[in-house]
Design a protein around this ligand. Sequence first.
Ligand SMILES: [Zn+2]
Length: 328
Amino acid sequence: MNLDEKCFYIPDTTDNIAYITEQLFNQQTQSWQLAAANYAGLKKALTREFEIDGIRFIIQFNPERISSSSAKTDAKSISERKCFLCIENIPNEQQGIPVFNDFFILVNPFPIFDKHLTITKLQHINQSIADNAETMLNLAAALTDYVIFYNGPKCGASAPDHLHFQAGNKGFLPVENEFAEMKNRLQTYKYKSVEISFASDYLRRMITLQSNNKNDLLEIFRKTYGIFAELQPHETEPMLNIICCADKDEWTVHIFPRAKHRPSQFFAEGDAQLLISPASVDLGGVFITPRYCDFEKITKHDIIDIFNQVTIGKNEFDKIICEIGSQI
Ligand SMILES: [Zn+2]
């Protein structure tokens, strides 16, 4: 496969990545039938809203996400399928923009957001954040109209064998506004230019890093990652989801430490089943239900229970806070 054939445009260092991405989005949603149909369908997507203790949740009925939510991500299933993120396997109509030497910006044809991108590594290597946090920050700085998100290999990534990020337009995930509103009530630490905030009572637990200095931010990210890795020594990567964005002044990185991949409801049978496989978007406040029956029956109690199962408990979270405090 010749990469050039799959390139919508090859930017040079003076090009504005955000502008070219906008052009790519317009071209793909007009000329690629699958993308055009699914983005048109999303405009009619049914939603419900809940408020739990002042925290907002949107439930989105999105049948096109069924393969992502129910993806088999065990080693055997992965080895038996063609990787859908490898460039030689993407649909003929799909084109992308090569950035940062070895990443490729694509339009996600199964959207949750009005604008939804997948940013893949050009090489087929495992999903891992440890060596790629800088790329995440660079993407956020290049695409300031988007939030960038990362799903760990056991935390919602449907291709744990192929490194990728996703991006969705800002203004959709409740966490964006809610963090701004609750920030001054949270426990915080300061290290160099980085402000570290800990949300303990947000139904899910969240660590937020904010800074205008990339090196300082990466330093704290690595410390946080290392502390969490020690709490989950049996995992190749500590279980987490990340939502990251930038404006012209600073980056904001929300880290959601996880305890479990899927809740018990996912594996239940009959009426008790809820086909919900939480990933970054769900932790950001938008639950995706690919089946109408789940969309209709999910309750506030289910949301609270699912978060209790899949995110880390208060004791472990307090250990992380304490340990970060002792290392800075
Ligand atoms: Zn691949």
